[in-house]
Design a protein around this ligand. Structure first.
Ligand SMILES: [Fe+2]
Ligand SMILES: [Fe+2]
Length: 265
């Protein structure tokens, strides 16, 4: 049984940063590499509403269980972007809104083309929603692993506290996507085949095609290219591969290795 949206809707809230001492970043600022990664995470979180636009262009919008989840998911991801933007502003960098404005300004045709692929994909493949739920699951798994790695790399107590609070919400997002993906894949061999094919051919870390390739490569190299990072990527792959028909995929490990080689080339 997929996780009911009710368990997410009932608990959905702006990420709680009460009691977090943001002024600590003034006396102990984050290093440049962590800030660059934080910029990536902030931009991707803030882009969620654009991803939502694409998801709703498909038959997913006909499923009230999914739309209830998406309403809350989008709200929570929005606040993740805002909180990360607040930290960036304390380092004299653009906040979430300013960065999102810059990012979206040049994307007019690209966004419309992407939207078209979702429209067409949904029209020709009944199983498109199953594929979307798989995408959501691997992206939430990746986000959780990325935040966990960020805590380990930065070793900054206040960043760690903020990120841990964000991760709690990412965990609930993951539960929903994973439950939906599992149930839809279990119901259809065709969905398993199509999801496997689409993931193998097209999956890349969330943010790819939105932020610059150099930033995707930096994130992958910074968080996942060392020994601990690769182990984290392999854990993500192992967990994701437990979904029906998706055994043996190494999506994040492959992306980490590719990102690391691009970042050093
Ligand atoms: Fe998030
Ligand atoms: Fe999430």
């Amino acid at each position: 049984m997929p996780v009911s949206s009710r368990s997410i809707v009932g608990r959905s809230a702006r990420v709680d940063v009460d009691g977090v001492d943001f002024s600590a970043f003034e006396s102990a600022p984050l290093p440049t590499e962590t800030l660059r990664c934080l910029r990536y995470m902030c931009d991707v979180e803030s882009h969620t509403i654009c991803y939502l636009r694409e998801i709703l262009a498909t038959s997913a919008h006909r499923d009230p269980e999914i739309t209830a989840f998406l309403a809350c998911w989008n709200y929570e991801e929005f606040w993740h972007g805002e909180v990360l933007g607040q930290i960036l502003e304390l380092h004299r960098q653009p906040g979430a809104k300013e960065s999102a404005h810059n990012l979206r300004r040049e994307r007019k045709w690209l966004d419309e083309l992407r939207l078209l692929t979702f429209n067409i994909g949904s029209l020709i493949a009944d199983d498109f929603v199953a594929i979307q739920m798989c995408w959501g699951a691997i992206n939430e798994l990746t986000a959780q692993a990325a935040y966990s790695r960020m805590i380990a790399k930065a070793q900054h107590p206040v960043l760690s506290e903020v990120v841990r609070r964000i991760m709690k919400q990412e965990g609930r997002h993951l539960d929903f996507y994973e439950g939906q993906a599992r149930s839809r894949l279990a119901d259809s061999r065709r969905a398993q085949y199509l999801a496997r094919l689409a993931l193998t051919k097209f999956w890349a870390p969330v943010g790819s095609g939105v932020v610059a390739d150099s930033e995707v490569a930096h994130m992958a190299a910074y968080l996942f290219a060392d020994e601990d990072g690769l182990a984290a990527a392999q854990r993500v792959d192992r967990k994701f591969s437990r979904l029906p028909g998706l055994q043996g995929l190494s999506l994040l490990e492959n992306a980490a290795r590719k990102g690391a080689s691009l970042a050093t080339s």
